[in-house]
Design a binder for this molecule. Structure first.
Ligand SMILES: NC(=O)c1ccc[n+]([C@@H]2O[C@H](COP(=O)([O-])OP(=O)(O)OC[C@H]3O[C@@H](n4cnc5c(N)ncnc54)[C@H](O)[C@@H]3O)[C@@H](O)[C@H]2O)c1
Length: 379
């Protein structure tokens, strides 16, 4: 067992269950690592439809007292809260069943495969006194928190546009076999759901307070690796959702948004340009932002400046990681636990998950029909 997990646990514990332990990305690992660091959380149960995967986690994390469950019902009977890390198509049902049993929920993004499917879940969550959140963890990246602060302070003035790209390289290799995220019935949209969920959440966080909500969306998409070997049968099968999606959007006050999502190779960047200057986040240097502000005559006379993200934005405590991708998961999951123990709700609420899903739906519909989608027509 790694030294970092040997922390003294408190008497009052949130008993946490994790569902869908994983093997493609296996994002459950980030959640489990975060919980193991927290003195007031105990990972008491794991459940995966493939029990061997859950058993593997028990060994890997040295989870001596964790129950490997035979069913989701068994897991629910043992916990106060669940973290759902299954393929997208199972999120809504698993979250709903947890709420029915009086358990708090943190569900991975995207919330489902369509916004309509989330209606009953949102209603159930909001009528309960349980914490029910969606894992839009990129909003916890300290560099993005700094970007938001600079915008709120008014340094950029009227924001003209936001341009961002995000994606992954893991499945750019055509020999990677067909997994759930390449099948529309299990994932919904492809890269637009996978990476677009984070980018649409971040765009709204950066812009909506001053520039309003997204009112219209246009998108194009394509699948470049059209066939892959099925991971079970080894037969060639069709990839049924997009590898790449490009989304254009406009907010109420006319700010333009351009987002690229790709699972066949991508950088991770965000640039925001306004009347007062511009800001740039580069995912390969998340510890800094590039800032270029205009001079008092309204022109650019100085070179861009690189500023460090201040340490306080990492909200470092005695237990959390100090850097890397783990930071945003730790901050997110800590916020979830704090909401359960009665502190303020910082994790994205379930209605937010549904709103982001409606933007994903609009982008998907636009890419399929070639039409511009006005949000008021579909929400
Ligand atoms: N926040 C992020 O940045 C981020 C990153 C990666 C993945 N994700 C999300 O996390 C989720 C999981 O993605 P992943 O790549 O880790 O998946 P994965 O394929 O690695 O793991 C999914 C696991 O769920 C299990 N499973 C499937 N159906 C189940 C069911 N009904 N009940 C219990 N277990 C079930 C599978 O056996 C598998 O072990 C997805 O919703 C994905 O969008 C989020």
């Amino acid at each position: 067992m790694e030294e970092k997990y040997r922390i003294k646990k408190e008497k009052f514990m949130v008993r946490m269950g994790v569902v869908g332990t994983g093997f493609h990305i296996g994002i459950a690992k980030m959640h489990i690592s975060a919980y193991l660091r927290m003195p007031n959380v105990s990972v008491v149960a794991l459940y995966d439809v493939d029990k061997e995967k859950a058993e593997k986690y028990k060994t890997e994390f040295d989870l001596k007292d964790t129950e490997i469950c035979d069913s989701y019902e068994q897991l629910l009977s043992l916990v106060d809260a669940v973290t759902i890390c299954t393929p997208n198509a199972f999120h809504v049902e698993l979250a709903f069943r947890a709420l029915e049993q009086g358990k708090h929920v943190l569900c991975e993004k995207p919330l489902g495969t369509s916004a309509g499917e989330c209606d009953k879940l949102v209603e159930k969550a909001e009528k309960s006194n349980l914490v029910c959140g969606v894992g839009l963890c990129y909003r916890f990246i300290p560099g993005y928190q700094l970007m938001k602060k600079i915008i709120e302070e008014g340094a950029l003035g009227e924001i003209y546009y936001l341009r961002a790209e995000m994606g992954g390289n893991r499945i750019a290799d055509p020999s990677v076999e067909l997994e759930w995220r390449m099948r529309e019935e299990l994932s919904g949209a492809g890269s637009i759901a996978d990476f677009g969920s984070h980018l649409l959440d971040l765009s709204d966080i950066m812009l909506s307070a001053d520039r309003g909500k997204i009112t219209e969306i246009q998108a194009i998409a394509n699948t470049f690796i059209t066939q892959r070997k099925d991971e079970i049968t080894k037969e060639e099968k069709k990839v049924s959702n997009e590898d790449v999606g490009m989304i254009l959007a406009k907010t109420e006050k006319g700010t333009l948004i351009s987002l690229s999502t790709s699972r066949v190779g991508s950088k991770h960047t965000m640039e925001i340009v306004g009347a007062g200057g511009f800001l740039e986040f580069d995912g390969s240097h998340p510890e800094q932002l590039t800032v270029m502000l205009k001079d008092k005559n309204g022109g650019y006379s100085q070179p861009p400046e690189v500023i460090k993200v201040p340490l306080e934005m990492y909200q470092v405590d005695a237990y959390g990681p100090k850097q890397g991708f783990e930071v945003n998961f730790y901050l997110q999951n800590k916020a979830f636990v704090e909401a359960i123990t009665g502190q303020k709700m910082m994790v994205a609420p379930i209605r937010r998950g549904q709103y982001i899903q409606s933007l994903i739906d609009a982008a998907k519909l636009s890419a399929q029909t070639g039409q511009k989608i006005r949000m008021e027509e579909i929400v």
